[in-house]
Design a protein around this ligand. Structure first.
Ligand code: HC0
Ligand code: SF4
Length: 569
């Protein structure tokens, strides 16, 4: 242990601790801006400056390690003025259009400026905002970039894609797409991790809320909403609701309060995905000579994009099952349209997703089979928040309501799609039933749970032993794929989600700067699964009816037409 003094308090911490963490251990707050634990510890903003006795220059607390006998002051006049000057310098490089900025009220620079009582900025920068490339769901506004380098580090160190690079130095430092490419030319997975780690409004998702408001006021449209599993674990966070208030049923009521008549649940089509994907898996297992094993899950568009661009020779391992989002769109515009006595063009299908890449997926032609786009608009969890605010809805006061029928009912297996490992676990519950004719205990496969970025398990089902792997975060996915390609590992089934923690930690979820909420949200989904009266996708009565009335059986011709795609295209 190392003992030091911070603001006259004695503190003992393990060797290798930073001054920042040592201070936090005794409740002394040192502000930070660019810092992201274990991801970005470059001290580029110098907002965490502190004075160390006997050292001339101020130290940066986030990356200076403690030393025995060190005496640190975090709140002297010199420290305060230096921090203030550093923030003023950053502000002079940042176009502060706060009133129209999507991050206003949730911006670390705005909060610091207020905390440091900065009331004017000596220099002002001109706005150089670029127009959207409408093909892409992510926009970078370089006039708001504060060169904290978080996007560079997250994309490089967590996602292994290195889309961003730094050029120039000093006041001329710029962050740009590597090699000066445009975003659509870069190997971006569109995961949105750079967006959720940007402390300001320099990176954001395309805002599609007005398109949805227009559809809601169009009397010729039946607006059908689907809400993704992981949204229920996070939607209340930015609306100031406690977890007890932010229930699924209050979420259904909130969406209905926007004027939506058909409030459905992607958990329903997650069950449908499981029926198709586990049937495909059992099929591949029974023909190992001619089948591509391991089978890869295919519901995460960031992952699918990653496989196609980085490992195209392995794209045939992706399940042909479409994602729950796209299956929902196809069923809403065919089966459900018929039930309403309408045609596909009358249905306007909106999905609320914790994901930015889902906007791209919905616009991909090969996953739409009923209309030009089976899902018309994808909103992130953050955009849902904006719509509720724009409509002045007091969500906390809404009584709980049920989702609509029939596409509003899902099983606990469908709910856990939103947490890393959940798709695999849900698929195994149904694969077991398919292989043995009876259900396993619902929690039989829980060894695959956890937040370890790449984990393995094996389970015996009847005569068969299955070797499984789960990864979340594309850096872990790359390690797994490289090992697979080199023959160092061998699996039957692999689940990958592009975002660390799975959809719970998705790039469209509420932003809590520098904090990771994925694991906590995942626990809420597991709790909902436990409480669910149906724990198996194949026991969802709505799914059973859908097959009886419309699809026939899993992998039928109709199912192939509506629910599958060639992921190698
Ligand atoms: Fe998925 Fe996801 S990607 S797991 O398959 O949860 O269900 O489509 O909606 O939420 O985004 C499912 C699909 C989601 C989430 C996401 C989740
Ligand atoms: Fe990198 Fe994901 Fe951002 Fe694309 S969306 S630049 S892959 S972090």
């Amino acid at each position: 242990m190392v003992t030091l003094t911070i603001d006259n308090k004695q503190v003992s911490v393990p060797a290798g601790t930073t001054i920042l963490d040592a201070a936090r251990a005794v409740d002394i707050h040192i502000p930070t801006l660019c810092y992201l634990r274990e991801i970005n510890e470059v001290a580029s903003c110098r907002v965490c400056a502190v004075e160390v006795e006997g050292v001339d220059k101020l130290a940066t607390a986030c990356n200076t390690l403690v030393e025995e006998g060190m005496v640190v002051h975090t709140n002297t006049q010199r420290v305060r003025l230096t921090r203030k000057t550093n923030v003023e310098l950053i502000l002079s490089q940042h176009v502060d259009h706060c009133v129209t900025c999507v991050r206003s009220g949730n911006c670390s620079l705005q909060a610091l400026s207020k905390a440091m009582n900065i009331q004017s900025v000596p220099f002002r920068k001109e706005a150089t905002e670029r127009p959207w490339d409408p093909a892409l769901p992510i926009l970078r506004d370089s006039s708001k970039c504060i060169k904290c380098l978080r996007c560079v580090s997250v994309c490089d160190r967590v996602q292994s894609l290195g889309v961003w690079e730094v050029t120039g130095s000093g006041a001329h430092t710029t962050v740009r797409i590597r090699g000066g490419l445009r975003m659509n030319e870069a190997s971006c997975a569109l995961c949105g991790q750079c967006v959720v780690h940007c402390p300001v409004g320099a990176l954001r998702e395309r805002d599609d809320t007005e398109t949805v408001f227009s559809a809601l006021s169009d009397p010729t449209k039946e607006v059908v909403f689907q809400i993704a599993p992981a949204v229920r674990a996070a939607w209340g966070e930015s609306l100031g609701l406690s977890p007890e208030q932010a229930t699924e049923k209050r979420l259904a009521a909130a969406v209905r309060a926007l004027g939506v008549k058909h409030v459905f649940d992607t958990t329903f089509s997650a069950d449908l995905t499981i029926l198709e994907e586990s049937s495909e898996f059992v099929e591949r297992l029974s023909h190992p000579e001619s089948s591509k094993l391991p089978q890869f899950t295919s519901c995460c568009p960031g992952w699918v994009r990653f496989v196609r661009t980085e490992y195209p020779e392995l794209a045939g391992h992706l399940s042909t099952a479409k994602s729950p989002q796209q299956m929902f769109g196809a069923i809403a515009k065919s089966y459900y349209a018929q039930k309403l006595g309408k045609s596909a063009k009358d249905i306007f299908c909106v999905s609320v997703m914790p994901c930015v890449a889902k906007k791209y997926e919905a616009a991909t032609p090969e996953v739409s089979d009923v209309a030009d786009q089976d899902v018309d608009v994808v909103l992130t969890t953050r955009e849902l928040d904006r719509m509720l605010r724009a409509m002045q809805i007091n969500v906390a006061a809404l009584p709980e309501e049920d989702f609509d029928s029939p596409l509003g009912r899902g099983s606990g297996a469908g709910v856990i799609f939103g947490v890393t490992g959940g798709v695999m676990e849900a698929a195994l519950r149904t694969a077991y039933w398919k292989l043995t004719g009876s259900n396993p205990p619902a929690d039989a496969f829980q060894d695959i749970r956890g937040q370890k970025p790449w984990r393995e398990a094996s389970f015996s089902i009847g005569e068969t032993t299955l070797r499984l792997a789960v990864a979340s975060g594309l850096g872990s996915a790359r390690a797994l794929m490289d090992a697979l390609r080199a023959g160092q590992v061998s699996y039957d089934f692999v689940e990958v989600m592009a975002c660390p923690g799975g959809c719970s930690g998705g790039g469209g979820q509420p932003i809590h700067d520098g904090e990771d909420h994925a694991a906590q949200r995942g626990q809420r989904l597991y709790a909902l699964d436990q409480e669910s009266p149906i724990r198996f996708s194949h026991e969802n009565p709505t799914i059973q009816t859908l097959y009886q009335e419309y699809l026939g059986h899993p992998l039928s011709e109709t199912a192939h037409h509506l629910l599958h795609t060639d992921q190698r295209k």
